[in-house]
Design a protein around this ligand. Sequence first.
Ligand code: C5P
Length: 205
Amino acid sequence: MIIAVDGPAASGKGTIARALARHFGLPHLDTGLLYRATALNLLEMGGDPDSEFAAARAAHIEQIDADDPELRSEAVGGVASRISAYPLVRAALLERQTRFAAQPGGAVLDGRDIGTVIAPQAEAKLFVTARPEVRASRRLAELRRAGRNVHLAEVLADIRARDARDTGRGAAPLRQAEDAILLDTSDMDVEQAIAAAIAAVEARL
Ligand code: C5P
C-alpha cells in the first residue's frame, strides 16, 4: 500500500505522514528533505541558486542526515522552495522517490507532488491543508520554541510566498490530486488530525 500525503508548508502533513507510517507499519520518506538537502549542498558548495545547472548538480546527494538542524532552517527552506521549481532538480530527485514508493511492502511519502507525479498509483492520497493564518501561527510557535525571535506577520508573509511559488510553478506544482481526500486541519489539534487521517486511509482500504 502506498500512502501519498501532500500539502502546503506547515499544514501538518509531516506529522500526519509520520503517524500514518507508524500506525500502518510502513517506511516513511519526507521528500521535502531531498529539496532541503539539495539547497544546503548548493549553499555549502557556494553555488548560485539562480542557476538551474548548479542546483541540479547539488541534487546528487549520497546520504541525508535527517537530524541535521541546518536542513530545517528557514534559510535552507527558502532556497529549497526556489530550486524546487527547476525541472532539472526535480528530475534528479525523481528516481530516489519512485524507488522508495515501489518498495514491496508499501510506503508513506509526503511532499507536494506525491499523489500527482511521484506515485499517482497510490492507494490512498491525502491533501492536508489549513488556513494560512493557522499555518503561520503553528510555524511561529515552532520557531519560538527553537529560540527564534520572529513575528507572526513575517512568518505569514513567508508562508504566502512559499504557497505562491509551490502552486504557481510549471514543474509539478502543488495541487490536490483528483482522487485525494481533502483534510483541512485548521480547527483540529494534532490528535484529531491524526485520527481523521487514519480514518480516511482506512476508508480507502
Ligand atoms: O516540505 P518542506 O517545507 O520541507 O519542503 C521544502 C521545499 O521543497 C518546499 O517549499 C517545496 O517547494 C519543495 N518540495 C517540492 N516537492 C516535494 C517536497 C518539497 O517541491 N515533493
